[in-house]
Design a protein around this ligand. Structure first.
Ligand code: ZN
Length: 331
C-alpha cells in the first residue's frame, strides 16, 4: 500500500480528483490495518453493522485480510471506503507486477472516468473538403476532450500474436481493432473472437483494403457494407466505426458507410511502427484525445513484435503523462 501511495504521489495525471480520493482511501486503509492490529476479538469479529444507516453486505467478508482491516471501522460508510482502498491496493499491486512482466518500469496511468456525455464530433478542419457534405459520419483524427488521454487503435489483421491479447489484458489497456476481412478473417476470425471476448471492440476496415477513391460508389458499398455484414456474423453486431484504408476516402465512401450503420470515421494523429513514428504535428507530442494507429503485424512483416510496438506507445504515454482510454467511451 505504501508503494502505491508513493507511486501515485510522484506521478501526474489529469484525474487528480481520482488520485486524491484514492490516496485518501489508501490512508484510511493504512489506519484500518493499524486499528485492526490492536483491536480486540469482539471488534474485529463478525462485520455487523453499528450505524442505523449501515447496509448489510457492504463489506466483502470472504477475504480474511480485508475483513480484518475493514472490521476496525464501525461505520458502514467507513468500511466501504476501506474496502475500496483495499481492492484498489490489490489492483495496483497486480498492475505493477504486470508492468514489470511486460518490460515497463511502472504501471500505465489510469484514465479518468469516461465522460457522462460523449463529445459532439465534427469533421475536422482540413478533412471537410473530402467529406462529401452534411449528414455524413464525421471524420476525426482526435477526440475533442481536455482529458489527458489518447486512444490506441490497430488495423488490418494479418498478425495474430496471442501475446498481444495477454499483454493488453494483464495491463488492462483498452484498444480498438479495425479489421480487413482478407487478413483478419483468414482463420474465420478465431483470433479476433478471442480478442473480442477479452473486451476489445471490432470495427470496419473494408473487405480487401482497396484505394476507395478509385472505385465507384457501388464498389465502395460492397467493400464497406460487405465487411459490416462479415463483422456482424463474427461478433454479433454491425460496428459503428469505419476507417478507410490509407485514410483515403471520398463522399461516396462516407455515404456508403452511413447507409450501413457507421456513425463516425476515426483516422489518426500518430502512427507507430517498430522503428519509426509518423506524426501530423511538428511538436511530435501527444495532445489530449489523440488517436494513435498501429497495425496487427509481426516480425515476419516488420522489425519487431506486437508487444514491442505497444511497449513503445506505453512508454511515450508514460513520459508525457497520458493514460490510454477506451475510444468507444468517447466516440
Ligand atoms: Zn489498413
Amino acid at each position: 500500500m505504501e508503494q502505491f501511495v508513493r507511486q501515485k504521489e510522484d506521478r501526474s495525471n489529469s484525474s487528480r480528483d481520482w488520485i486524491r480520493a484514492t490516496r485518501g482511501a489508501a490512508i484510511l486503509l493504512v489506519l484500518a490495518v493499524a486499528g485492526a492490529a490492536c483491536a480486540t476479538d469482539s471488534e474485529t469479529g463478525p462485520l455487523t453493522t453499528h450505524d442505523e444507516d449501515a447496509k448489510p453486505g457492504a463489506v466483502d467478508a470472504r477475504n480474511p485480510e480485508a475483513r480484518t482491516a475493514i472490521g476496525a471501522f464501525r461505520s458502514a460508510n467507513a468500511q466501504a471506503v476501506a474496502l475500496a482502498a483495499y481492492q484498489q491496493g490489490q489492483l495496483q499491486a497486480g498492475r505493477v507486477v504486470a508492468a514489470q512482466k511486460w518490460g515497463l518500469k511502472r504501471a500505465p496511468l489510469l484514465p479518468p472516468a469516461p465522460p457522462a456525455k460523449k463529445p459532439e464530433l465534427k469533421t475536422e478542419k482540413g478533412w471537410e473538403t473530402k467529406s462529401g457534405g452534411p449528414g455524413l459520419p464525421p471524420v476525426i483524427t482526435r477526440v475533442p476532450t481536455k482529458d489527458k488521454v489518447i486512444f490506441l487503435t490497430m488495423d488490418d489483421g494479418s498478425n495474430k500474436d496471442p501475446r498481444l491479447i495477454r499483454m493488453m489484458k494483464e495491463l488492462n489497456i483498452p484498444y480498438s481493432a479495425f479489421l480487413t476481412d482478407r487478413e483478419a478473417g483468414e482463420d474465420g476470425y478465431a483470433y479476433f473472437r478471442r480478442m473480442h471476448k477479452a473486451g476489445v471492440p471490432m470495427h470496419n476496415h473494408t473487405l480487401t483494403h482497396p484505394e476507395l477513391r478509385k472505385m465507384t460508389y457501388a464498389q465502395q458499398y460492397k467493400e464497406i457494407c460487405g465487411q459490416q455484414d462479415n463483422l456482424k456474423k463474427a461478433f454479433g453486431k454491425r460496428p459503428p466505426l469505419f476507417r478507410p484504408p490509407y485514410g483515403d476516402y471520398n463522399g461516396d465512401s462516407l455515404l456508403a458507410a452511413k447507409r450501413c450503420g457507421v456513425r463516425a470515421v476515426p483516422l489518426w494523429q500518430q502512427e507507430v511502427f517498430p522503428t519509426k513514428w509518423d506524426y501530423r504535428r511538428a511538436d511530435r507530442r501527444f495532445h489530449p484525445g489523440d488517436i494513435v494507429l498501429t497495425h496487427f503485424r509481426g516480425s515476419d512483416e516488420w522489425d519487431g513484435t506486437m508487444p514491442d510496438v505497444i511497449r513503445q506507445v506505453l512508454k511515450k504515454a508514460d513520459r508525457e503523462g497520458y493514460a490510454i482510454a477506451r475510444l468507444e467511451d468517447y466516440v
